[in-house]
Design a binder for this molecule. Structure first.
Ligand SMILES: Cc1cc2nc3c(=O)[nH]c(=O)nc-3n(C[C@H](O)[C@H](O)[C@H](O)COP(=O)(O)OP(=O)(O)OC[C@H]3O[C@@H](n4cnc5c(N)ncnc54)[C@H](O)[C@@H]3O)c2cc1C
Length: 278
């Protein structure tokens, strides 16, 4: 059965009673089916206005789960969101950006999901709603592996919450694919960098996607960057060993060695881009 609830409350109960599958923009849902038809009930959540759009709260920027990538591109957001906006602009085509949602990208949990590294460096949390209530958890805990999340079958990802204390930090997102557009990432990197008046790095967050089962923060590198001069040499300070916790694979898009090498270059360039924007 095809079900199309109008409110979050109805969607939560329809999902629980039907045991159906959630459909948002459908840009991952349908390709995953291939030639097959959906099995079981489909709960189309695209009419639920409460979980669409972006709002500023005292402590967080709230991004509704149904917010599309086009809406991210168009929203006036603090500059620490530049990386997320770049990831939105670089995904798929304009048609995909118009349909694809933030929650769909996170719940599908592809290792190559471009939305994940920029949200990891923003230390985003996800808000999940079910008949038993609401729970929140850091995005880094929510995605546990290749297409694996902690979402229970009766939960709807209602919002992504980004803490506001890094709003003034510079950020950058760089993606490498086999061509410029409409391409799955070989590697992608997001950086948020806080730089003080004396041009010294005071806080650094770096995440790499497509090079492990789920995108990873490079926490050791982040610690090492603090205290460095934020100048044109910052990227050159990054060494291959600082990316050692990545575990890229060989596949049709690239070899593991190429992914490691490309990631190092992307990390260096993303740091330099942040310095240029400070
Ligand atoms: C041609 C093409 C190009 C693409 N290019 C890119 C790209 O460059 N980068 C990239 O990262 N992705 C890309 N994608 C993938 C896709 O567009 C994104 O991942 C998109 O954000 C998915 O959102 P959606 O709303 O379409 O999700 P859907 O397809 O509707 O759903 C995806 C999964 O998430 C679940 N789900 C959806 N919403 C919720 C929710 N609120 N709560 C709980 N579960 C939910 C669904 O049940 C399903 O399992 C591309 C896809 C296509 C077809």
């Amino acid at each position: 059965m095809y079900l199309r609830p109008k409110t979050l409350h109805d969607a939560v109960s329809v999902l629980a009673s039907s045991g159906g599958k959630i459909l948002a923009g459908g840009t991952d849902f349908y390709p995953a089916l291939g030639e097959r038809l959906p099995q079981g009930d489909v709960v189309d959540i695209t009419d639920i206005r409460e979980i669409r759009g972006i709002s500023l709260e005292a402590e967080h920027v709230r991004i509704g789960g149904l917010t599309t990538w086009t809406e991210i591109v168009r929203a006036p957001l603090p500059r620490c969101f530049d990386a997320l906006k770049a990831a939105a602009r670089e995904r798929g085509s304009v048609q995909i950006q118009n349909r694809g949602t933030v929650a769909g990208n996170l719940c599908n949990a592809s290792p190559a999901a471009d939305g994940v590294p920029p949200l990891l460096v923003l230390e985003a949390e996800v808000e999940l709603i079910s008949p038993s209530g609401e729970r929140r958890m850091p995005l880094g805990e929510f995605i546990t592996g290749n297409r694996k999340t902690l979402r229970r079958a009766d939960e709807i990802l209602a919002a992504v919450l980004v803490p506001r204390h890094m709003e003034d930090a510079a950020s950058a997102f760089l993606k490498l694919g086999a061509r410029r557009y409409l391409v799955i990432s070989i590697s992608m990197v997001a950086v948020v960098l806080r730089i003080d008046k004396s041009m010294t790095v005071t806080e650094a967050r770096v995440a790499v996607g497509s090079c492990s089962a789920a995108a990873r923060r490079l926490v050791e590198l982040e610690k090492d960057l603090v205290g460095h001069a934020a100048d044109s040499q910052l990227g050159a300070t990054v060494r291959a060993e600082q990316l050692a916790l990545l575990s890229p694979i060989d596949d049709v898009r690239a070899t593991a060695d190429y992914r490691r090498d490309a990631s190092l270059t992307l990390v260096r360039r993303a740091l330099e881009a942040c310095v240029g924007r400070a």
